[in-house]
Design a protein around this ligand. Structure first.
Ligand SMILES: [Zn+2]
Length: 457
């Protein structure tokens, strides 16, 4: 009976795919939902590729997942993935049923799945990854994710004991996941820009995970990313198996080394979190047995999705749009921190939104007080326009950050904000937008570019 029910679920789901395409729907989630509705233990029955890689973590998992897929493509290897689909149970179910024949047998030998941390509970009992790559664990949306140790515990409870972990050795929360599993650590050697005291509002790990003594940071990069030791019990950050070093921002290269060799890699993007992504991916491919030369070559074909950051120069004005993932205090702090690297005078437009559905729920705004809005309190930022449904909350938060009131302009309508923000030749306009407003951001950019084009003098 179970088998028949599974096949009916599989066929119904497969038949729904062309129907959805004809009707203009994105068939990345719904077919999986159909399959699960008909056969609740569908994931148990569906054939799976022999090698499964799962990419999870708070920040960067989509980027890493897509880079890995770009690299397999460049190597000419056909791999199943949930790219462009959802990273929850229905999204991965959809990918698996698309990657199986009509009898449910897998057509691929390898799969790469971006996996939502909390969904591992409903995925890993049946889809057992050979490798689990964790980018990092940070405080995220509090209403959804609680705190990072809670997410770490979910991963520990659900990652199969047979999975090999690829972990960020500079992130002591990730390091503590699934202590019994085989693992390798990656990280980036000390940088000139590292600090010894945390300048961010949030450092999610201040006490020793072993004895609860006070942790001493040998150096800190941002938040809790860095290396620490405990003077009470001797606990310390692990040695790296894969280390990023000799970062050359002029040549845009980074050396990634392990005990059997090293390679000089071209930077995909020069932000430090993307260098972490590169080292993590290199560790994964090395573990799979690829030589550095082959990984270096393949990585040249991977790219970071443009929608996260875009610079347009128009008539002497630099217009920068930067993704600042709303509700995720750490991701926004990283984005705000970047502004110190934008030379010259600038104005800022904040248009992140965390009020998706005014009738039903809204995120608690406490994340704004975990986020380093203080980084926007700079003399070279001449004006900050706050817009969107949270405009007043942003205004209040900026006042708490010490930004002079006369610098803040309240413009709840984003397009109006774009029309009214101060703009001068030789300066930059920095727009911070959320994940769900790419269309609106494009309109805002269009208005800014048009205005810049008309500037005289
Ligand atoms: Zn200790």
């Amino acid at each position: 009976m179970g088998k028949i029910r599974f096949l009916i679920g599989l066929w119904a789901a497969k038949m729904s795919i062309p129907v959805m395409r004809i009707t203009g729907h994105n068939a990345t989630n719904y077919p999986g939902q159909i399959a699960i509705n008909i056969c609740p233990d569908f994931l148990d029955h569906i054939g799976k590729p022999e090698h499964i890689i799962s990419v999870t973590g708070t920040n960067g998992k989509t980027t890493v997942n897509n880079m890995i897929m770009d690299m397999f493509d460049a190597m000419g290897k056909k791999v199943l993935s949930n790219r462009a689909g959802s990273n929850t149970r229905t999204g991965i179910t959809t990918a698996l049923l698309k990657g199986a024949n009509i009898w449910g047998k897998p057509k691929y030998d390898t799969a790469v799945f971006e996996t939502d941390e909390r969904s591992t509970l409903r995925i890993f009992p049946w889809v057992k990854p050979e490798y689990v790559l964790v980018t990092n664990l940070f405080r995220d949306s509090i209403m959804r994710n609680g705190h990072p140790e809670f997410i770490g515990d979910i991963l520990t409870a659900n990652i199969p004991r047979t999975s090999k972990l690829i972990l960020n050795g500079d992130d002591l929360i990730s390091v503590s996941i699934s202590p019994e599993n085989k693992r390798v650590y990656y990280g980036i050697d000390r940088l000139d820009t590292d600090l010894t005291e945390c300048i961010n509002l949030i450092n999610d790990i201040r006490i020793c995970p072993k004895c609860s003594g006070k942790l001493k940071y040998d150096y800190l990069r941002y938040h809790h990313i860095g290396r620490a030791h405990c003077e009470d019990c001797g606990f310390s950050s692990p040695e790296y198996d894969y280390a990023g070093r000799n970062i050359d921002y002029d040549k845009k290269t980074v050396t990634i080394a392990d005990k059997n060799g090293s390679g000089v890699y071209s930077m995909v993007n020069d932000s430090i979190f993307n260098i972490y992504n590169m080292v993590a991916i290199t560790a994964l491919f090395r573990e799979m047995g690829y030589p550095h030369e082959k990984i270096v070559e393949a990585m040249k074909h991977s790219k970071v999705v443009e929608s996260r950051y875009k610079l347009v120069e128009e008539n002497g004005v630099r217009i920068i749009t930067q993704l600042a993932k709303e509700k995720n205090a750490l991701a926004i702090s990283r984005a705000f921190d970047y502004i110190k690297d934008v030379p010259g005078e600038k104005t800022v437009l904040l248009m992140m939104n965390c009020l998706y559905d005014e009738e039903h729920w809204s995120e608690n705004t406490c994340w704004m007080y975990d986020c380093d809005f203080e980084f926007l309190n700079r003399d070279d930022i001449k004006e900050i326009v706050v817009s969107g449904p949270r405009a007043r909350d942003y205004r209040l938060r900026l006042l708490f950050a010490g930004v002079p009131e006369e610098k803040i302009k309240l413009m709840p309508d984003e397009l109006e904000g774009a029309r009214r923000i101060d703009m001068k030749k030789g300066t930059a306009v920095c727009v911070f937008h959320g994940v769900d407003s790419f269309d609106l951001t494009q309109e805002v950019r269009k208005i800014l570019v048009e205005r810049a084009g008309k500037l005289e003098g």
